[in-house]
Each structure stands twice: as C-alpha cells, then as structure tokens.
Design a binder for this molecule. Structure first.
Ligand SMILES: Cc1cc2nc3c(=O)[nH]c(=O)nc-3n(C[C@H](O)[C@H](O)[C@H](O)COP(=O)(O)O)c2cc1C
Length: 77
C-alpha cells in the first residue's frame, strides 16, 4: 500500500465575514471525511492564505486533492 504526503499553499477567495463561514464548513467536512478515510494532516489559515498538509493512502489523497480540493472555488492559485 502506497502512502503519500501532499503540502500546498493557496489563496482564499472570500474575505471576512464570508471566510469565517467557509472555514467552519471546510473544517466540518474535513474532520468527517478525513477521519473516515484515515487521512491525517493540518490546515492552516492566515493573512488570506491556506497551507494544508495531507497524509494517507495515495488513492484516498488523490481522490480528495484532485476531485475535491483542487475544484473548490473557495480558494485559488
Ligand atoms: C483550503 C481547503 C482545504 C480543504 N480540505 C479538505 C479536507 O482536508 N478534507 C475534505 O474532506 N474536504 C476539504 N475541503 C473541502 C473540499 O474541497 C470539498 O468541498 C468537500 O470535500 C466536499 O466535496 P463534495 O461536495 O464533492 O463531497 C477543503 C477545502 C478548502 C478550500
């Protein structure tokens, strides 16, 4: 079984107060999906930017990163 780590930075699309709602929703989804799929990591937000590290089985990380996170218009770049 192949395990991978992905580390990226992106720019938040929204600014406060919409951003605060985005963060709460993202965390809610992430805690649920990631724990069910044995994905660990950290999500950091500061000064308009996200930094996230994700670790887990390659198939699960690929699904999450390419099919969901990359297509999410709450962030860009
Ligand atoms: C910066 C950022 C980080 C995210 N991290 C995760 C994550 O770790 N796990 C997760 O399930 N969703 C994460 N999301 C949310 C996904 O992009 C997506 O909205 C969510 O998985 C629901 O996708 P679905 O509607 O296709 O099921 C993140 C979104 C953003 C903007």
């Amino acid at each position: 079984m192949e395990f991978v780590r992905v580390l990226y930075a992106s720019k938040a699309t929204n600014i406060y107060p919409d951003l605060k709602q985005d963060l709460i929703k993202i965390l809610d989804t992430a805690v649920d999906f990631n724990s069910r799929n044995e994905i660990t990591g950290v999500l950091y937000y500061g000064h308009g930017y996200f930094v996230q590290c994700l670790e887990g089985r390659k198939s699960k990380i690929d699904e999450l990163f390419y099919e969901k996170i990359l297509k999410d218009d709450r962030h860009k770049n």
